[in-house]
Design a protein around this ligand. Structure first.
Ligand SMILES: Cc1cc2nc3c(=O)[nH]c(=O)nc-3n(C[C@H](O)[C@H](O)[C@H](O)COP(=O)(O)OP(=O)(O)OC[C@H]3O[C@@H](n4cnc5c(N)ncnc54)[C@H](O)[C@@H]3O)c2cc1C
Length: 296
């Protein structure tokens, strides 16, 4: 019988002393090196033979990758190497970005979240990544150091396909920034997995909204769908419906529009048809939950 988990092959662990050194090394060894943080994606993919890097480059602890800082005038910066448990336990994150806390807490188990990072989740670019929807809805921007120095990568244009992003050889995401959420905002993440612990999403729906007197309904929505296409999906047609009205039939129409925007596949977790129907259900539920919070 084939061994599904052949074990870790031999590879070199590289610990650079600076961002410049790390970036130069990664650029010089494009295609045979990989940066890593918690390693919870990297080590599993290497163990299973899906990735075969010669070098694993540990970027934890490099400049800007540690710590969480909150500026009440600007927003929140989370170092790339900060594990999800630390993010979820941080008082400023809990107070101003509860959607991020909720999304982190949906990832696998407490044990895994003591290693796994939001930046690793984002850079891994799995359509099933649980924190990606919240990061998109909260207008997240990656701070990246690359061969040409620092630049910003907004998440709205970051994802190209499973594992494919705007990052190039030599790029290191050092942190993720979230601007201050609009006043009177609320969010909800709903994940459907085969079990509560340690399974990837069959589908996931993130809904975030804030009061906005400039639109007819008085509410502006941002929605992100997980596991129903090669990249996270922002169903803008659904968002536009909710900007016009939030009555029951509008919520139903938005849920239908979210379903229509998906291009899921059949796999071991669920069929494409099941995923589409679940997107409609969870979008209806998530939007209703957000409205209930905002009307309190
Ligand atoms: C048992 C188990 C259960 C899991 N359950 C879930 C789940 O429920 N939900 C979920 O979303 N995920 C899940 N995952 C996947 C994984 O834990 C997450 O994607 C996690 O957030 C990855 O973070 P990390 O820091 O470990 O990333 P790493 O493994 O270190 O890196 C992930 C990817 O990002 C790249 N990368 C890392 N650091 C940088 C950087 N600084 N700059 C540029 N690129 C970088 C790496 O090269 C790699 O491609 C699970 C994994 C395991 C092993």
């Amino acid at each position: 019988m084939r061994n599904a988990h052949p074990g870790l092959p031999e590879l070199d662990y590289v610990k650079p002393g600076s961002l410049e050194e790390a970036s130069k090394f990664l650029a010089a060894h494009a295609g045979e090196s990989r940066p890593f943080l918690g390693g919870t994606d990297c080590i599993v993919r290497i163990r299973d033979g899906a990735w075969k890097p010669k070098y694993l480059v540990d970027v934890k602890g490099l400049e800007g990758t540690t710590g969480i800082s909150f500026d009440p005038a600007k927003g929140l910066t989370i170092g790339a190497a900060v594990p999800m448990n630390k993010v979820a336990a941080h008082p400023d994150v809990q107070k101003h970005y509860p959607l991020l806390v909720e999304a982190c807490n949906w990832v696998a188990s407490y044990q895994l979240r003591s290693r796994a990072t939001i930046v690793g989740n984002v850079c891994n670019a799995s359509p099933a990544g649980d924190t990606i929807g919240a990061a998109i809805c909260l207008d997240g921007v990656l701070n990246v150091f690359g061969p040409d120095g620092y630049r910003k990568e907004p998440l709205t244009t970051f994802f190209f396909g499973p594992g494919k992003t705007a990052l190039k050889p030599g790029d290191i995401a050092t942190s993720i920034f979230f601007p201050l959420p609009p006043k009177e905002s609320a969010g909800k993440y709903l994940k459907l997995g085969r079990n509560r612990l340690g399974d990837l999403a069959i589908v996931g729906v993130t809904a975030f909204a804030y009061k906005d007197a400039s639109v007819a309904s008085g509410y502006r929505f941002r929605i992100a769908l997980a596991s129903v296409g090669p990249t996270p999906i922002r169903p803008t047609a659904a968002e536009e419906i909710l900007a016009k009205s939030i009555d029951e039939s509008a919520v139903e129409a938005a849920a239908q529009a979210a379903m229509d925007s998906c291009t899921p596949i059949d796999d071991t977790r669920g069929t494409a048809r099941y995923r589409k129907l679940m997107i409609r259900n969870l979008t209806r539920q998530a939007v209703s939950a957000v409205l209930a919070q905002l009307k309190k």
